[in-house]
Design a protein around this ligand. Structure first.
Ligand code: ADP
Ligand code: NA
Length: 330
């Protein structure tokens, strides 16, 4: 294939993906299956950087995310869908990149600072510090041209680009230097209870809409979303982050611009907008959850899909590691 290559990943943390994962990233993954040589990875090695889940729970979360990705529209005939831990090439390349990363450079990663501050663990694992480097390996292994991600991953992608360039300069042309693909409107979906933070699987229940939530739960979460004390519906992410977040969610689900949604609801109360947002999310989430449950009823088929994906991934990743290792002198 001479199509450009695309690679992206999602962590199997929690019992479900959240709204931001879908709108910020996965929706673009689905769109990019055609027109791109697409590789999508469930990054389970990244899921033990904080408190590691029970082994069986982690295995089940990997299946859940896989089923959700399929329910979202990924088609194993049009993309390689695989699990990171199935390919030892990821940590193999990561080691070489770790040795090229400056300690100060790694210390500047804001997600590391956020996550370590919030984890509350009495002992911080080194893996939490080095995971952006593993993430760089995840991307560079596949010689990806484009990486569809949410805004929160921009800094990590910049590190990935720097490491690719550094390796290439030292050992000769080896890695494609990837570009971030960040959608506009839905690149940063905010926590409904704390609009100063992005929505995340690892944040508190009430601010996060999980795509497995029941319609009643989704509606309640949207209605309780923190907004502001004014009453004017206006898209202004600086002054009105909570309200602007709702406008962005609505625009994304109805495939229009925030300007159009702003116009549609101008002069109406916040309640009307919240009702419409809840309806739009439920209209997507309900059939999505039903399809996910169907897929989870056949775990053997999920495992077959992932085994096939791993085989396709290995063909590319194996070549990259062999090339990089030979250049380093291994
Ligand atoms: P999480 O924080 O939910 O665990 P992941 O680290 O698994 O998310 O990220 C999977 C993808 O989803 C990444 O491309 C990331 O940029 C995107 N993403 C995560 N949260 C959001 C959000 N709130 N808004 C937009 N995109 C997001
Ligand atoms: Na494809």
């Amino acid at each position: 294939t001479n199509q450009p290559r695309v690679l992206s990943g999602i962590q199997p943390t929690g019992e479900s993906m959240q709204l931001g994962n879908y709108l910020g990233a996965v929706r673009n993954w689905v769109a990019m299956q055609d027109g791109y040589d697409a590789y999508y990875c469930v990054v389970d090695l990244h899921a033990i950087t904080l408190e590691p889940p029970e082994p069986e729970a982690l295995r089940q979360r990997t299946r859940i995310v896989t089923a959700q990705l399929l329910a979202a529209g990924l088609d194993p005939d049009r993309c390689a869908l695989f699990v990171q831990s199935h390919l030892p090439e990821h940590p193999q390349l990561s080691w070489v990149l770790e040795c090229l990363t400056g300690f100060g450079e790694a210390s500047r990663m804001t997600q590391f600072k956020d996550k370590s501050a919030k984890s509350g663990a009495d002992r911080q694992g080194v893996g939490l510090f080095t995971y952006p480097i593993l993430q760089a390996a995840d991307i560079l292994l596949y010689q990806a041209d484009q990486v569809p991600i949410g805004e929160d991953q921009r800094q990590h992608l910049e590190l990935t680009r720097n490491l690719a360039q550094r390796f290439n300069a030292k050992y000769g042309d080896t890695f494609v230097v990837p570009e971030a693909f960040i959608g506009k409107a839905a690149a940063k979906i905010l926590d409904l209870q704390d609009p100063s933070a992005k929505m995340s699987k690892s944040r508190a229940e009430n601010g996060t809409i999980f795509l497995s939530d029941d319609p009643g739960v989704i509606t309640k979460k949207v209605k309780r979303a923190v907004t502001d004390t004014e009453s004017e519906i206006r898209f202004d992410p600086e002054a009105k982050p909570g309200l602007s977040n709702l406008l962005a969610i609505h625009a994304a689900f109805t495939d229009t611009s925030v300007e159009a949604v702003e116009k549609e609801f101008a002069g109406q109360g916040y309640g009307a907008l919240k009702n419409a947002v809840a309806e739009a999310v439920v209209a997507f989430a309900q059939p999505f959850a039903a399809r996910t449950r169907e897929l989870l009823d056949d775990p053997a088929e999920l495992d077959r899909i992932l085994a096939r994906g791993a085989e396709r991934a290995r063909a590319v990743a194996g070549r990259t590691v062999a090339d990089a290792y030979a250049k380093v002198g291994f």
